[in-house]
Design a protein around this ligand. Sequence first.
Ligand SMILES: O=C(O)CCC(=O)C(=O)O
Ligand SMILES: [Fe+2]
Length: 323
Amino acid sequence: MPDSPLPVIDLAPSFGHDPQALHAIAARIDAACRRDGFFHVTGHGVPLALSHHLFMLSRRLFALPEEVKRRWHVDLSGGLCRGFDPVGWQALESGRPADLKESFYLGVDRGPWDALVRAGTPNHGPNQWPDEALVPGFQATVEAYQATMTRLGRHLMGLIALALKLPREHFEPFQRNPMPVLRLLHYPPQSASRLDGQIGSGAHTDWGGLTLLAQDESGGLQVQREGEWIDVPPMPGTLVVNLGDLMQRWTNDRYRSSLHRVVNRHSGRERFSIAWFHDIDYHAQVATLPGCHDASDPPRYPAITAGEHIVEMYRRTTLPEAA
Ligand SMILES: O=C(O)CCC(=O)C(=O)O
Ligand SMILES: [Fe+2]
């Protein structure tokens, strides 16, 4: 396995009952969250066959003709951010040209009877599913992956609570009816004809709770540390975990939501990744955690509603539809 400048944390012992092992993992997570808010995890329990299968289906999906993919364009999701977004839809770094990537967004598949949907909660509703005949097994595999990542995300939130010297269940009330997002990403090869300054994903921080990222072997993900871009190398079988803005706010800046970007440097090579944004309940109030403020370090941020923050960030990074 290649070396990484980020810690590689084996989660396997955290699924057992040895309190010392748990304490040791929580301490490593604490250090990683304070430094960059970025680390690799092994022993995470996500079956390799499941993520391989999802990568394979993602390749199949993005290989479809553009006009077919546009049948599930996000703009057809009725104001939800669900479905296919082509190159040109998003610029994560303001002032840069559109990111050189296309993606497919999937959320919790909620029908019209769902209480949050009936209440008109932004971004809550049904997915747009590609036709089963075009990408056989897509829905079943996505749902299996979503279930696995929901469990892992909750598990990690428990470890982060321990890292913050809070009860392991501290974040449970914020994840009763959450709004996680699965995003399949495809970075076409960066060609000579690309626009000036155009890269796979412009520099950004993630907006929500945790991101759990599976990347293929191409490389290209970079995180900013003390003003320098450092590579987050692919390490087969591991996931990259990074904290989003809400974790930084919650911890009063003790934990970091770091700038990162994707530069697909291999000419002629496409890159695939799968991001799981483990976001909390839309209506969850994120206010400075106990233990993260005192008289000498009062809360730096007002309380914020998780969903409102995330929906606003979608709005800010979506480009007006190119003609
Ligand atoms: O594709 C990647 O490696 C990272 C994607 C990312 O940072 C994002 O979608 O927020
Ligand atoms: Fe990101």
